[in-house]
Design a protein around this ligand. Structure first.
Ligand SMILES: Nc1ncnc2c1ncn2[C@@H]1O[C@H](COP(=O)(O)OP(=O)(O)OP(=O)(O)O)[C@@H](O)[C@H]1O
Ligand SMILES: [Mg+2]
Length: 234
């Protein structure tokens, strides 16, 4: 489904990503974890077409993709550190705007349903420049879900969310998993990773240093121990 082959990114003199080969399998949830500065967000941006990799290939459903490719836009919904929302617009206007861009059917109905789902319906007509960080993140989540992408890529999606919104996001993620959506999630939150992922990859200094299947018997403590050992030795 989504294959990354020998992905390398050099910025200036610095090698940020080194030969990353990783596959996001159909219907799986893959978590990418690793220390600050490991290259996770750069990896994320290359994969969703916000950055051009220096070399390597990204293959989506058998086709090689380029930066800003239309196929990527249609199939991958991504939530990064920036939300790309318009601050002078209301939540409903933001969703209408993106929905039109993505030719979403039943846009009005779906936008309102999503705003209810993320708990922003009461604020649907309030310009978002007054919103808190968590409220913006909730809207960003609604925006990503609007076109019903086959693949979801989430870079630290729990950041800034209160407990209620964390539970809500996890409920949404689990719903999507059951519907067969493939999900790549970048996170520092081991608890969320353990609760959501089928497989975990560790990125360190731009390299994937290990991956593990989260079989049911691997509990949270064991996952943490694995991470600490791998990061220390890599
Ligand atoms: N535009 C850029 N120019 C120069 N260096 C960059 C640029 N973008 C990222 N880097 C460098 O690439 C490395 C990886 O950054 P990246 O943001 O991908 O890390 P990360 O794993 O997402 O970290 P965090 O966990 O803090 O979010 C860092 O050393 C960073 O300084
Ligand atoms: Mg990052």
């Amino acid at each position: 489904m989504l294959e990354l082959k020998n992905l390398t990114k050099v910025i200036g003199e610095k090698i940020i990503l080194r030969n990353i080969t990783l596959t996001l399998r159909e219907g799986e949830t893959l978590a990418v974890i690793g220390p600050n500065g490991a290259g996770k967000s750069t990896f994320f941006k290359c994969t969703v077409g916000l950055l051009q990799p220096s070399s390597g290939e990204i293959i989506l459903d058998g086709e090689a993709v380029k930066k800003k490719s239309a196929a990527v836009k249609k199939k991958i919904g991504f939530l990064g550190h920036e939300s790309f929302l318009y601050s002078n617009m209301t939540p409903l206007e933001n969703l209408r705007f993106y929905g039109k861009l993505f030719k979403v059917r039943d846009l009005e109905k779906k936008s309102k349903e999503l705003l209810k789902e993320v708990g922003l319906y009461l604020f649907r007509d309030t310009p978002i420049h007054s919103f808190s960080r968590g409220m913006l993140q909730r809207l960003a989540i609604a925006k990503v879900l609007l076109p019903e992408p086959k693949i979801l890529m989430l870079d630290e999606p729990h950041t800034g969310l209160d407990q209620e919104a964390v539970a809500l996001l996890n409920r949404i993620i689990k719903e999507k998993q059951q519907g067969g959506t493939s999900i790549l999630i970048i996170s520092h939150d081991f608890e969320q990773v353990h609760a959501l992922a089928d497989r975990v990859a560790i990125l360190k200094k731009g390299k994937v240093v290990d991956t593990i299947e989260l079989a049911q018997h691997l509990d949270l403590q064991e996952m943490k121990a694995w991470y600490e050992k791998v990061v220390k030795e890599a």
